[in-house]
Design a protein around this ligand. Structure first.
Ligand code: ATP
Length: 873
């Protein structure tokens, strides 16, 4: 057991060096031999199995059986062709699936968990999946532990092990803990171990990998639970259900057609094949695949625009987002702070005035963890700004560190909103405290004024508060500096009876494009709420600049929030646009409050403490620069940390939904058209031959189904999409007139196909067949153009904008022209060459579908945004 071994024993057991780690060569060899650090996934299906699955459908099997039987009764050719067409269809299905899977794999790769290791004596970041036994791994706050580690060095390491032990209280880890050889301890008590998938809350550590993948403790649990199911997104689920219902309906109608045909004493076998072919063509089995492919395509597009969707459902939900709660610093603003003003001796001064008080500049320089190196000052932007300003004012970095070495520190945390450092100089110990006004001023009893320490009176306090409010009103982050001397390193003394020295005010300008993105969000009916650790006045000033909020009544503070019940908070959230002095815990309550109000909430976060709110939100959005934990618990990662990227992702999400809707409406109206044609022909023309043969129906399905539907899924951005209000989560794909659109177009396609049949009958049966065949197929191809936009004229959306669809249309029509003219196809598909009059009728009738849709779009109440308006009314 690694926790009972000494480091030397462990090094020997895992053939590694606890200081240098493994060599790249050795690591590669171990990876090859023992496999990667991954929990086993379900084995991927083989290609053969995927193809076989396409045939695993009772309708298809009956059809094949029918085809085989008909070899003995009819022409062999028919049967062979039927099987061939079915096979081509199955291959298309497999190809679609493969494409969707490939996109999903790429997605997994992009968001893979990382680990920092030492190999060949050098620190490097690798995919956690590539860790091997004996690797030397480094951990810091915000990491997931990537494998089971025996810790060899720990600094204040706190780990949250609830994923393993169910216990969410943080555990202190200690590399130096030693246990007797005969002692067996539960995981939770093994202080010198860190286990895979637990979270580093604080501190840092180094450890040797002692178990990976399925051998790790979490792997052992995973083994017990290994029956993962494919998770479907809500839309995929809804469509899978819909296709089942519609499929059953098609089967019933086709059975009815068959029964009627039998009563009419038509050729039994031929009608059996025809009606089953119709059922096969009409069952919208491809719907869920269209959704998956569209979502996967969307994921790819988003990743080109700095937004990585970690889960397919995120793409779907993004389109419905009605509230975006966003951090301020770094997301809305540049996180590039610069001190522009300071307060000293009762006056606010611009930084162009040099600081005369040594304590102010030295204190701000010393009380921080930013570092000065060859490239300048690096670290937390707030501290970087303060240090730069101190350096500009003549602080000598090397000398001051020598003169005031640090002997103790109480680190900054966003709850306390302050930090303290203690410095030894001679026999004295000086404490510097810096932090937010309301966090530090109450601790002050004195004031440093014109070189003297005086008692801090109430009017002086008020004067300081007013000055701070004035600076905050100009969008400045204000930090107070206070000091005292202490006799010992007793922490409880560091932050009492302080002497106020002064304040620094720093600006953090908004990021470019954010103001415009917020305006766009508002236009699209999305509320934007800024959540910040900053002072309410500072937050409001920036909120005003960005158009998020106008008055203090729209600002809520963490303290005010504590007095509100959940219901009251939900009520308040309707008008609140800024939450100031917020803590990560507040974020969880805010998400809940909006969800109580039935909003779909997106929430940003980057720290380890943000994980709960990211999980709680409908779309948890992590920053690319954030902690591993926040990234791995999010649904979307912004690689550029920019708010504007969220809005483009929302736009993309809305477009993807719209495209799916178009594909669905297209497929269903076309399928209805096919059913209508056959049903009406059989019922209305009892003595005429059936207007289409089995092969023709299957062929039409091939040319008009998958390809146009997929091309519609690739439709470029709808320019009006952000003029609409967010779609309700429960809204059906057929809302806003979708049903009527589908049924009317389906009936119309059926009717014109019959008209063509009637017209062709004058030339003989074969031409009648051919005419129906041609109109039914070409009308569907024309209809795919109608679907380019549900609301606007296709001439307005631009005929050439969706090149893929245009290509599908042209190739589809060319194929149809070919099959009636080439003798082989005439033979196979039983078509006849058409004269000009017939061609005129075929194209005239088919194109009329465009005409009637254009006219209906003309009467579309507000043409481009009637859909949103109809929702509001
Ligand atoms: P936002 O929430 O807008 O993204 P943030 O995360 O930077 O901002 P916090 O880091 O929680 O907010 O800071 C909250 C407050 O704590 C600041 O307004 C400031 O007054 C104080 N503060 C921030 N950084 C430090 C620091 N390094 N030392 C002392 N006080 C700090």
């Amino acid at each position: 057991m690694p926790y009972r071994q000494t480091i030397q024993e462990l090094e020997a057991a895992t053939l590694t060096n606890a200081r240098e780690g493994l060599s790249e060569k050795e690591a590669a060899a171990r990876l090859q031999r023992f496999g990667g650090n991954e929990l086993e996934k379900k084995k991927e299906e083989s290609l053969l199995k995927k193809v076989a699955e396409q045939f695993n459908d009772p309708m298809i099997l009956i059809l094949i059986l029918g085809a085989v039987i008909s070899i003995f009764l009819h022409e062999v050719m028919d049967s062979v062709i039927i099987v061939a067409v079915i096979t081509i269809n199955a291959l298309i299905g497999v190809f679609q699936e493969w494409k969707a899977e490939k996109a999903l794999h790429a997605l997994e790769k992009m968001t893979a968990m990382k680990a920092v290791v030492k190999r060949d004596g050098q620190l490097k970041q690798i995919d956690a999946a590539e860790l091997v036994l004996g690797d030397l791994v480094f951990l810091e706050a915000g990491n997931f532990v990537p494998a089971d580690l025996r810790l060899i060095e720990t600094v204040h390491l706190k780990v949250e092990e609830s994923s393993l032990t169910g216990e969410s209280v943080p555990v202190d880890k200690d590399a130096s803990a030693r246990y007797p050889k005969d002692q067996t301890l539960p995981l939770a008590d093994q202080k010198n171990m860190a286990f895979s998938s637990t979270i580093v809350l604080d501190g840092n550590a180094a450890g040797l990998v002692v178990a990976t993948g399925m051998d790790s403790e979490i792997g052992k649990i995973a083994k017990l639970l290994q029956h993962e199911e494919k998770l479907l997104t809500p839309l995929q689920r809804r469509l899978a259900e819909l296709s089942k219902v519609l499929g059953a309906l098609s089967v019933i109608i086709c059975a009815a057609i068959f029964v009627i045909a039998v009563i009419q004493k038509r050729d039994l076998f031929e009608m059996l094949l025809t009606s089953i072919s119709l059922a096969v063509a009409a069952i919208p089995e491809g719907l869920p695949a269209v959704v998956t492919i569209s979502l996967a395509l969307g994921v790819q597009k988003m990743s080109d625009h700095h937004a990585i969707a970690r889960k397919l459902h995120a793409v779907e939900t993004l389109g419905q987002v009605s509230v975006i709660c966003t951090d301020k610093t770094g997301t809305l603003t540049q996180n590039r702070m610069t001190v522009v003003a300071y307060y000293l001796n009762g006056k606010i001064q611009s930084v162009s005035q040099k600081v005369t008080e040594r304590r102010l500049k030295e204190g701000f320089y010393l009380c921080g963890n930013a570092k000065l190196d060859a490239e300048g000052v690096i670290g937390d932007p707030t501290e970087v700004a303060l240090m730069r300003w101190a350096l500009d004012n003549g602080v000598d970095a090397a000398q001051i560190i020598r003169q005031f070495p640090r002997v103790a520190e109480i680190p900054f945390d966003s709850r306390r909103k302050r930090m303290s450092t203690v410095h030894q100089t001679g026999l004295e110990k000086i404490v510097y405290v810096k932090g937010a006004l309301e966090s530090v001023l109450p601790l002050c009893t004195h004031l440093w004024q014109d070189g003297r320490r005086v008692e801090l009176t109430t009017p002086m306090r008020r004067q300081i508060e007013e000055a701070a409010a004035q600076m905050a009103g100009e969008a400045l982050r204000v930090l107070v500096l206070a000091t005292r001397t202490v006799a010992s390193l007793d922490e409880s003394q560091f932050e009492t009876r302080l002497c106020f020295i002064g304040m620094a005010g720093m600006i953090d300008p908004p990021k470019e494009g954010v103001k415009e993105a917020i305006a766009l969000a508002h236009k699209a009916g999305i509320d934007v709420v800024m959540i910040t650790g900053d002072h309410p006045e500072t937050a409001l000033a920036i909120g005003r600049q960005l158009g998020i909020a106008q008055s203090l009544s729209q600002v809520l503070t963490s303290v005010q929030m504590q007095d509100l019940s959940d219901d009251q908070l939900a009520q308040a959230c309707q008008h609140i646009r800024i939450v100031a002095r917020a803590t990560p815990q507040d974020k969880v309550r805010i998400v809940k409050a909006y969800r109580l109000d039935e909003k779909i909430v997106a929430m940003t976060g980057d720290g380890v403490n943000d994980a709960p709110s990211l999980k709680q939100a409908d779309v948890g959005i992590a920053m690319g620069s954030g902690t591993e934990v926040s990234r791995q618990t999010s649904d979307l990662i912004l690689t550029d940390d920019n708010f504007a990227t969220i809005i483009s992702a929302v736009e993309e999400g809305r477009n993807i939904y719209l495209n799916i809707q178009k594909a669905v409406l297209y497929l269903l109206s076309c399928n209805l058209g096919e059913i209508t044609t056959l049903f009406l022909a059989i019922v209305l023309m009892p003595v005429a031959p059936a207007p289409l043969s089995a092969i023709q129906i299957l062929w039409i399905n091939l040319v008009t189904d998958a390809f146009p539907a997929l091309s519609l899924a690739a439709e470029p951005q709808d320019p009006y999409i952000m003029d609409q209000k967010p779609r309700a989560a429960t809204e059906s794909l057929f809302a806003n007139g979708g049903w009527a659109f589908m049924v009317l177009n389906g009936l119309y396609i059926g009717t014109i196909s019959l008209v063509a049949f009637k017209f062709g009958s004058a030339y003989g049966v074969r031409t009648a067949h051919t005419m129906t065949f041609m109109v039914l197929s070409i009308a569907q191809l024309f209809h795919s153009l109608n679907l380019r936009s549900l609301d606007h004229s296709i001439f307005r959306v631009g005929i050439f904008r969706n090149k893929l669809l245009l290509a599908t249309f042209v190739i589809g029509v060319a194929l149809q022209v070919m099959v009636v003219n080439l003798p082989v196809f005439q033979l196979i598909l039983k078509t006849a060459a058409l004269d000009w009059a017939c061609w005129g009728i075929v194209f005239g009738l088919s194109a009329s579908l465009i005409l009637i849709n254009e006219v209906s779009k003309l009467f579309n109440p507000v043409n481009h945004n009637w859909r949103s308006d109809s929702r509001n009314s």
